[in-house]
Design a protein around this ligand. Structure first.
Ligand code: ZN
Length: 260
């Protein structure tokens, strides 16, 4: 069986003097993504950067309320929120113009264990919206050191992770489920260095065809994890092409439906 999981990182990007706008950069694009996949009856898993939400709340920014309501709306529509966490977001401030101030903070290893209060606050917030918040994707695909972080996530009740398979350090991960210290890793699969990324047309059309066409060589169930970001341009016509070709070959599920 070939399973497909549509994952979208639900976040704004904090870069140089970036203007924070939850409505334009997260909510409107996420709604468009849900509308598109609804027309195929496909559920979407949104990995919500809860650190961004926590920082908004700390700063008393009105975007926090908008995001909280919208994450509830995602669940009501039959899609799903899961946890994403960018440490860098905890280090941004708001300038006098009401916009984000540039942060030079660079993310690295040990993100989870260095930010336990905020991380566990984030878990509580997301579980108040989706009690089945049990899947994690590291900000920037950072999940190292693997043993410490997977053990910690397991203690918090997480069941799956989808951080490996794309970063330089984990690029050779196979597109199969792998059990790591009590969690099931659902890797971001790629073929010939290309992943199924909604924002990387036309290369992802080739990548998905390649994955499907090579499937007969594998004896196990295969999981195709597709990537997207709320902030990035999406190539809708290529998405349509791929889904029209392969929608009957792929069984689409959400992360919480992965049997662990
Ligand atoms: Zn991210």
């Amino acid at each position: 069986m070939i399973y497909g999981i549509i994952t979208v990182d639900y976040e704004d990007f904090i870069k140089d003097n970036h203007k924070w706008n939850a409505m334009n950069n997260i909510i409107v694009p996420a709604n468009k993504i849900m509308d598109f996949f609804d027309s195929y009856g496909i559920p979407v898993t949104f990995y919500c950067n809860v650190a961004e939400y926590i920082r908004m709340e700390q700063l008393g920014h009105c975007n926090a309320k908008l995001l909280y309501e919208h994450m509830n709306n995602i669940m009501k529509r039959g899609h799903e929120i899961q946890m994403h966490f960018h440490e860098r977001t905890l280090h941004v401030d708001i300038g006098q113009d009401g916009q984000w101030k540039k942060s030079d903070f660079v993310e690295g290893d040990n993100i989870l264990l260095r930010n336990i209060p905020e991380f566990e606050q984030g878990v509580r917030i997301l579980r108040s919206i989706n009690p089945d918040t049990n899947s994690y994707r590291g900000g920037g695909y950072l999940i190292e050191p693997i043993y410490d972080n997977f053990t910690y996530l397991h203690e918090l009740g997480f069941k799956t992770d989808s951080s490996l398979g794309w970063s330089r350090r984990s690029k050779n991960f196979p597109p199969f489920l792998v059990n790591i210290h009590g969690l099931t890793e659902v890797p971001i699969c790629k073929v010939d260095g290309i992943r199924w990324d909604m924002s990387a047309s036309p290369r992802f059309v080739y990548a998905v065809n390649n994955i499907i066409n090579n499937y007969q060589h594998f004896s196990k169930d295969m999981f195709i994890v597709m990537m997207g970001h709320t902030k990035q341009k999406i190539f809708w016509s290529d998405m349509t092409e791929i889904l029209n070709i392969h929608k009957h070959n792929i069984h689409f599920i959400t992360m919480s439906q992965v049997a662990t």
